[in-house]
Design a protein around this ligand. Sequence first.
Ligand code: APR
Length: 311
Amino acid sequence: MKNKLTVVGAGNVGATVAMRVAEKELADVVIVDVLEGVPAGKALDLAEAAPIERHDAHITGVTNDYSAAQGSDIVVITAGIPRKPGMSRDDLLSTNAGIMKSVVSEIAKVAPNAILIVVTNPLDAMCHVALDTSGFDKTKVIGMAGVLDSARFRTFIAMELNVSVDNTHAFVLGAHGDTMVPLPRYSSVAGIPITELLSAERIEALVERTRKGGGEIVSLLKTGSAYYAPASAAVEMAEAILKDKKKILPCVTYLQGEYGIQNLFIGVPVKLGSAGVEEIIEIMLTPEEHEALQKSAQAVQELVDDLKRLG
Ligand code: APR
């Protein structure tokens, strides 16, 4: 393949990202993990599926050998410990911040022009660690949250109205957590805002389920967190970048005054192309929506402050 995508973390999200990227022939894939054997094993298993799936992407897996990631166009970072039942995303903060620092400092050496897609939770805070550690331009450090949260909202809208998911569109902004801001006014079925199709009570129920979407999966799986949909979301972002699609997607990006938010990573609509975040789209928000976004930003700011305190 012309492009190269590295996935750091050969766990559930990482391996699923590798599989989807290869099957879509978006790039050759390198999987890096700290575990001995696991990345090589998963890469070989995926490579052995290639004749059946009929793709020609090369997939390699390595243990701690970042030279394999040399010159990557995109690096998807999933390395970390996942959320266990009863554990909030914030509990993960210090462990995953340490992991993020070590991963990104290695990546910055071998792939200085890569675009980083951060998946590790707590996502918004991890983007700060990735930006600070890499020294990359802010347009090249992007967090995966809004695409996943919007996909969850779309799923619930489609289930509720018994329509194709293909007909649905949704925007979920804000932090990837309980303070996320689903925007029903900008969410639609075949172009019709859901506010014209559903009662306020039903919309609120779908919004609430979306907010708790990650937790719902955790409580069912019991031994880990969601990975099929998170991987799909990260791959949609990678595809938009690799194909220079100029696709508008809700992503976690570094705001410097947009939406009245300063120096903070949070989810808003952006245009994704080969340069990464090519534009931050400022949509009109009602005073209530604006306030919800500010509240969400406050939650991220608290985590970022915690990070600073933890050093
Ligand atoms: N370098 C590389 N890989 C690491 C490191 C490190 N320093 N530390 C941990 N890992 C690897 C683990 O060995 C494991 O294989 O990261 C992988 C994480 O995989 P899982 O435990 O299966 O977690 P997963 O479900 O994939 O979630 C990964 O994404 O959605 C988020 O909250 C989730 O932060 C979590 C991340």
